[in-house]
Ligand binder design. Structure first.
Ligand code: TQI
Ligand code: CA
Ligand code: ZN
Ligand code: ZN
Length: 263
């Protein structure tokens, strides 16, 4: 499952994070992903524009460390990135996406457009509903299911190429993905129908994966805390006793605030 830790491709709706031509020839894919992951984790973009280039973000990091500001990954910059981050203020472990996209309303709609043959539709409906409740339980967010027309979060099952440029990969590996908050495909969650979805610990538990994906749909990236739902490694926990970790809670409440006591 190591690939997951390197898997930092952020699915941003409009600006597809970094078009291929920005990628210098001399970097391997892994280097590139690592640099991006590093920047996403430690230098989440603070400005409101989503259009900071990788170069701008490297410059920001170089300024922070008082390095020569070149916007390029030179030796000095690379060395700094590899150093353990001691002496820096301890950041939270949860992450948000560059530009910190979030929904600007608390009433969100979702629509389930199709079903997996692995589970009865009722069980799918239920897993999706409970996965959203994981987040609405601790924030002012409310989710309303709609059956036609526009929905903020479109939920569906698909296999291989399915029209968004992020083809699924057959059984195993990628299980699902979701897009950061935004118009159009923003917020949508897709589940790989080449997986075997289940409501137990056999194969892949739909509720747990959906709860994780909706974290992305709402604006959370990955967390380094092992116990976090947003930790990028699938581990089965019993859905009926599932509890959101403090780290996930802090992350989502930072974006949307807390639920008021009597609602
Ligand atoms: N899908 C990845 C994930 O949801 C896709 C992804 C990587 C991603 N980076 C992202 C999506 C940033 C949005 C934003 O993390 S996955 C897990 C976990 C996956 C992985 O199929 O690998 C879960 C889906 F956390 F267990 F690794 C669900 Cl729970
Ligand atoms: Ca797959
Ligand atoms: Zn997709
Ligand atoms: Zn994830």
């Amino acid at each position: 499952m190591q690939y997951l830790l390197l898997c930092a491709a952020i699915l941003l709706p409009e600006t597809l994070a970094f078009p291929a031509q920005f990628k210098p020839q001399s970097w391997s894919n892994t280097d590139f992903e690592n640099i991006k992951a590093y920047l996403d984790k430690f230098f989440p973009i603070l400005s409101k524009t989503k259009s900071l280039s990788l170069e701008d973000r490297i410059k920001e990091m170089q300024r922070f460390f008082h390095l020569t500001v070149t916007g390029k990954i030179d030796v000095e910059t690379e060395e700094t990135m590899k150093k353990p981050r001691c002496g820096l203020p301890d950041v939270e472990d949860y992450t948000t996406f560059p530009g910190r996209p979030r929904w600007k309303k608390t009433h969100l709609t979702y629509r389930i457009v199709n079903y997996t043959p692995d589970l009865p539709p009722k069980k799918v409906d239920n897993a999706i509903k409970r996965a959203l409740m994981v987040w609405s339980d601790v924030t002012p967010l409310e989710f309303e299911r709609v059956f036609q027309g526009h929905a903020d979060i479109v939920v569906g099952f698909a296999r291989r190429e399915h029209g968004d440029g992020y083809p699924f990969d057959g059984r195993g590996n990628t299980l699902a993905h979701a897009f950061a908050p935004g118009e159009g495909i923003g917020g949508d969650a897709h589940f790989d129908d080449d997986e075997r979805w289940s409501e137990s610990n056999r194969e892949v538990n739909l509720f747990l994966v959906a709860a994780h994906e909706f974290g992305h749909s709402l604006g959370l990236g990955h967390s380094d805390k092992r116990e976090a739902l947003m930790y990028p490694l699938y581990s089965f926990v019993n859905p009926s006793t599932f509890r959101l970790s403090e780290d996930d809670k802090r992350g989502i409440q930072k974006l949307y605030g807390k639920r008021s006591p009597n609602s």
